[in-house]
Design a protein around this ligand. Structure first.
Ligand code: HEC
Length: 719
């Protein structure tokens, strides 16, 4: 008897060890951005733990631009580590390989030098969030996108693989059933690899559909397309009142990247809203697959199921992050689930195979009264019963900031009184509508982390209110135009969204009122073409159009009087849009602090088995407020967390430029350090020769703050 009992215990413990090992090999590597295709940002490495994390020290720093300290773009890359090599992307979109233990560069690949880049003239959008690795035998490749080109680069020497696409690259503006000279695709998230296929959608222009596509890893040939705006005969087509929408509407794109159930071959894609972000009068209907989580058969692109998280979105509530794949235990039953964090603060969770919600989702009524012509808002929006939203979703007078005394309060209160506000999904308006959660969440592109051993979800979030003010587009008169007239229309089309109707900027975007003091016509045309940091480049605008814009922006009187001879200006298009908006404006005090009461940034831990909140803390700080004795306010943050078997939650992300480690069980701060610039990215974790590293890209460059080209790695000093 006794022996038998021991045998049972022995074999049970062998099973436990077997599973532990299996798990360990799976989560010890970081060969995929996000850790694994499950995108749960989890590492089973445990050399670093809650006891020794205080000793964590700088291991190496890599300057991706060799210290050239001019304008750096945002660096939001989550590097991958394959064997001893770390792959990442520089602020100027150079792909690089490093010895992951020392940070020494092995090679760099500059897409600007490639034939593809030179011939396709598509070097725009200075942003990249990561790369992907594929190997078969000796053939080892990094798949990497820069602007509208996807490259296959030899992972060992950094040379283009000429048999892929044309001279090593594929022009992503082709293959969309639209004129390749008017569309603009620029994937910013890493592609997802499955067998010999890879998948992408991308950041796209307003007239470019965000269709999801598969390509052959070896040849670069397009294999299938999933129409995110369905064609006649495809399911979902009937959700558009305008039956020709599929021919001209854009966006509806999956810019945040995918996750993949490798065993079942299911690709999960989070999708954003259709053009135009804030006015839906010309795209009435539910508008599938806008704002949907879509499950596709990875081999064929056939849709398995979908769920729309916002119907007829006019608040820019794109699904902002790759969903996370987890196995939850609800009422004693284990279910393979997919969960989606959102800008709205909801967590939606579904059975991966059936698409059935794990916790019930109701349709709750929302306000639909709008004075915007032709707009028809959807009367209900989905609301999961659990988990409770991880940010505030309602803005009332009681949410105004009272930290800074009576006069500041009076100022924001009097502005507040002129706006529409209330619950999330308050209709956009010409008087101004308070948007909370804001365009940047709630949750954002950093995505969440999940600890598969406890099923705790970790999500960082913003709690910033924004003001959305709509303006009716006046129909423009047809006929001959001066450069000034054409330039002002083109400005509205291409520039106003960021620099505002009066060119005064706002939020993260600079005023360009006195641009003529700094820019000549040719310098401005160059800037418009190449973009800079958070400003995209516009290669798709013709030179004549750029000249017209420049005459308008630079108040160049003699150029303004010339007759505009450009062909691309479609006068009807502008008035067709119905409404524009005055720009991305945060609701701020006159000193630039949020007009909403704190917390302004948060970090939450949610139990996925029960849907209950385990802990929540304000995340990030303003040093000067802390010194005045104001409790930690939290602060804007972009980039995700990483959770470890050693009991730690690592995250940078905040505007205060810190990198922190928390106790994953309690949210207690255990370690923090100052980075060269804000680490607006997700860290990666790996081990080499028994030494555990955590690494983060520190690009900064948002909020006009410090920028940097450094990747910084930390480890224990004595290992
Ligand atoms: C997506 C937002 C966005 C759009 C659209 C945009 N810009 Fe910008 N723009 C920016 C940002 C951000 C900067 C600051 C860049 C930096 O940090 O170097 C900027 C900088 C500029 C500057 C330089 C300001 C200075 O003080 O040096 C000019 C001029 C300018 N933009 C003009 C334009 C024009 C003209 C257009 C339309 C063709 C345009 N922008 C479209 C975001 C935008």
């Amino acid at each position: 008897m006794v022996q038998k009992k021991y045998q049972v215990i022995l074999s049970l413990s062998l099973v436990v060890i077997f599973f532990a090992c299996k798990e360990n090999t799976l989560y010890t590597n970081w060969t995929v951005a996000g850790g694994t295709q499950e995108k749960i940002h989890y590492s089973s490495l445990d050399q670093l733990d809650t006891n020794n994390v205080k000793q964590l020290s700088l291991a190496w720093v890599y300057h991706a631009e060799k210290g050239d300290s001019t304008h750096f773009g945002p660096m939001q890359c989550n590097p991958i580590i394959v064997g001893n090599i770390l792959y990442g992307v520089s602020p100027k979109l150079k792909l690089f390989a490093l010895d992951a233990s020392s940070g020494k560069e092995l090679w760099q690949f500059d897409p600007a030098d490639s034939i593809a880049n030179k011939s396709w003239h598509r070097k725009t959008v200075n942003m990249n969030r990561g790369v992907a690795y594929w190997a078969e035998g000796e053939d080892k490749r990094i798949l990497f996108t820069a602007g509208s080109v996807a490259y296959a680069v030899n992972a060992l020497n950094g040379k283009l693989i000429p048999s892929f696409g044309k001279d090593g690259g594929i022009n992503l503006n082709q293959g969309l059933d639209r004129d390749e000279n008017t569309v603009f695709v620029a994937p910013t998230s890493p592609v997802t690899v499955y067998k010999n296929l890879f998948f992408l959608s991308g950041l796209v222009g307003d007239e470019t559909p965000g269709h999801i596509r598969a390509f052959d890893v070896r040849t670069g040939k397009q294999q299938w397309v999933f129409h995110t705006i369905p064609y006649p005969g495809e399911p979902g087509y009937e959700t558009w009142e305008d039956t020709t929408a599929y021919k001209y509407l854009g966006s509806t794109n999956s810019w945040a990247g995918f996750s993949l159930d490798e065993k079942r071959g299911i690709l999960f894609a989070p999708i954003g809203n259709p053009t135009n972000d804030f006015y839906g009068g010309k795209r009435r209907g539910k508008g599938l697959y806008g704002n949907c989580l879509v499950a596709l058969d990875a081999m064929t692109g056939k849709k398995l199921w979908h769920f729309q998280t916002v119907h007829h979105d006019v608040w820019d509530m794109d699904l902002p992050a790759a969903p996370a794949l987890v196995t939850v235990k609800v009422n004693g039953k284990a279910i393979d689930a997919v969960l989606q964090t959102t800008k709205t603060g909801f967590v939606f969770m579904f059975d991966r195979v059936t698409g059935k919600p794990i916790f019930p989702i109701s349709e709750s009524p929302v306000a639909i009264n709008t004075s915007l012509e032709d707009e028809k808002l959807w009367p209900t929006q989905p609301r999961p019963t659990l988990p409770k939203p991880f940010v505030r979703q309602i803005f009332t007078k009681d949410d105004l900031n009272t930290l800074f005394g009576a006069s500041t309060y009076q100022d924001i209160k009097s502005r507040y009184d002129t706006y529409r506000s209330g619950r999330m999904f308050t209709p956009p308006s010409e008087e101004g509508t308070i948007i909370l959660p804001g365009y940047d969440g709630g949750g954002e592109w950093g995505g969440p982390a999940v600890d598969p051993t406890t099923n705790l979800l970790y999500v960082n979030a913003n709690e910033m209110a924004w003001v959305l003010t709509m303006v009716k587009n006046k129909p423009e008169k047809a006929g001959v135009k001066t450069n000034l007239e054409a330039g002002s229309i083109l400005y509205k089309q291409y520039c106003m969204g960021c620099h505002g109707p009066d060119r005064k900027g706002g939020g993260d975007y600079p005023s360009i009122v006195d641009a003529e003091k700094k820019y000549t016509t040719s310098k401005l045309i160059e800037l418009i073409t190449t973009g800079r940091r958070m400003m995209p480049g516009f290669n798709n605008i013709s030179t004549l159009d750029k000249q017209a814009i420049a005459s308008f922006v630079l108040n160049a009187k003699s150029d303004q009087q010339k007759i505009y001879t450009g062909k691309s200006l479609d006068v009807s298009k502008d008035s067709n849009l119905g409404y524009g908006f005055t720009g991305y404006n945060k609701f701020l005090t006159k000193d630039g602090y949020p007009a909403i009461s704190p917390p302004w940034g948060t970090l939450s831990a949610i139990n996925l088995n029960t849907g209950k909140l385990e802990w929540k803390i304000p995340f990030g700080e303003f040093k000067e407020l802390k010194e005045k004795g104001i409790p930690t306010t939290g602060r804007e943050n972009y980039g995700g967390p990483l959770v470890t078997a050693g009991g730690l939650l690592f995250i940078a992300a905040t505007a205060d430029g810190k990198f922190r480690a928390f106790n994953k069980r309690t949210g207690e701060l255990l370690w923090e350090t100052d980075l060269p610039a804000s680490g607006l990215a997700t860290p990666s974790m790996y081990t080499i020769n028994g030494k555990q590293f955590v690494v983060i890209a520190c690009g900064g460059s948002k909020w006009g703050g410090k920028s940097s080209d450094s990747y910084v790695a930390f480890a224990l000093p004595n290992k």
